[in-house]
Design a protein around this ligand. Structure first.
Ligand code: UT7
Length: 325
């Protein structure tokens, strides 16, 4: 028996840390508010010349190294991002060049914070169809370029980063046993980018206010809880796995209170959820990818464990899968 599974994982985080105390000096906020309302303590911010494609390439290199593969062996590259370097070329083509994956097809997918699982599901179908033997899936976002650094309602929430995996055939009853992707375009107004002109972090105190990410937090919060709890249940049922037999849940890291509410609604103890939002904030598509990487590194996920990955984001888009490690 064989199935499509995750052969390796990788990640990349910019070195610059922006703490809640730093933000207190920039906008009318407090460490206490940010921690109690979101769980975030600090986040990473990419430098001006550290592009989304640079972060994606860093994560891709680590995933390739961990799979003991060369770029030339990769047949498909899919990058999940909503903050590409530019409209074109795709981030995927830039990563292809950076890792010398000269035999690969390459494209980006846009599914906001659910992008990693949308990309993984897409890549899995290409492998199942027989068109490609393997795929490199990367999620990378640089939301620091899309934020209005005068808007305390959004600028405290996000960070930059990237995560990656190599997908390929695995033997036995392992791999991605089930998946679920869904969208509710009728709620597109709940979170969107108003216009594209970037305001770099270091221009915080300029007078001109340029709205970028617009977010209706409370409405999103409710939708996030409902759709992530449902998604976890759907993929467990599709895979024929009881929720009590799930060892670890790796959720999108938007808000620690959302994760608590999802745990309660889904009936899965919160201790099973892997959480790293305190260190990185919401890194959009990359959040679940970085969390999966760390969960593996920290030994929270071991061979034969049933793991649920579950995400939610602007669109609205939600996604989940169940992976037997
Ligand atoms: O990944 C994409 C999907 N994103 C999400 O799912 C995000 C979902 N939403 C959330 O996580 C939460 O709604 C937020 C963290 C965004 C906001 O938390 P909240 O508990 O819903 O706060 P709120 O928006 O209701 O604001 C409460 C108060 C307001 O003041 P008043 O009107 O009660 O006087 C805000 O102006 O907190 C104020 N506030 C702040 N105060 C200090 C908002 N942002 C800040 C801030 N610091 N940074």
């Amino acid at each position: 028996m064989k199935n499509v599974g995750i052969l390796s994982v990788g990640h990349y985080l910019p070195s610059r840390k922006l703490t809640n105390l730093d933000l207190e000096k920039m906008v009318e906020t407090s460490d206490e508010w940010i921690v109690t309302r979101t769980g975030i303590k600090e986040r990473r911010i990419a430098s001006q010349d550290e592009l989304t494609s640079d972060m994606a390439s860093g994560a891709a290199r680590e995933a390739l190294k961990n799979a003991e593969m060369d770029g030339e062996e990769i047949e498909l590259i899919i990058i999940a991002t909503t903050s590409p370097d530019s409209n074109f070329p795709s981030v995927a083509c830039k990563v292809q060049k950076a890792i010398n994956a000269k035999n690969a097809a390459a494209f980006d997918v846009s599914a906001a914070c659910s992008g990693y699982l949308y990309a993984m599901t897409t890549a899995k179908q290409y492998i199942l169809s027989g068109m490609f033997k393997n795929a490199l899936v990367v999620a990378a976002d640089k939301f620091s370029n899309l934020l209005d650094w005068n808007d305390r309602g959004t600028c405290v929430l996000f960070g930059d980063g990237a995560g990656a995996c190599v997908l390929g055939w695995v033997r036995g009853n392992h791999g991605i046993l089930s998946d679920h992707i869904h969208a509710q375009g009728k709620h597109d107004e709940m979170m969107y980018v108003d216009h594209e002109e970037p305001v770099p972090l270091d221009q915080t105190h300029q007078k001109m206010r340029k709205p970028h990410i617009i977010m209706h937090g409370q409405e999103l919060f409710k939708e996030a809880v409902t759709s992530m709890a449902e998604g976890a249940g759907i993929v467990a049922k599709k895979a024929g796995v009881k929720l009590e037999d799930v060892k670890c849940v790796v959720p999108h890291q938007a808000n620690d209170r959302i994760i608590s509410a999802v745990a309660k609604k889904a009936g899965i103890p919160k201790e099973k959820f892997f959480i790293n939002i305190h260190k990185y904030g919401n890194t959009s598509a990359a959040a679940v990818a970085i969390a999966l990487y760390e969960a593996v590194q920290e030994g929270r996920i071991k061979k034969n464990d049933n793991v649920i990955l579950v995400t939610f984001g602007a669109g609205l888009v939600s996604a989940a899968n169940l992976v037997r490690w």
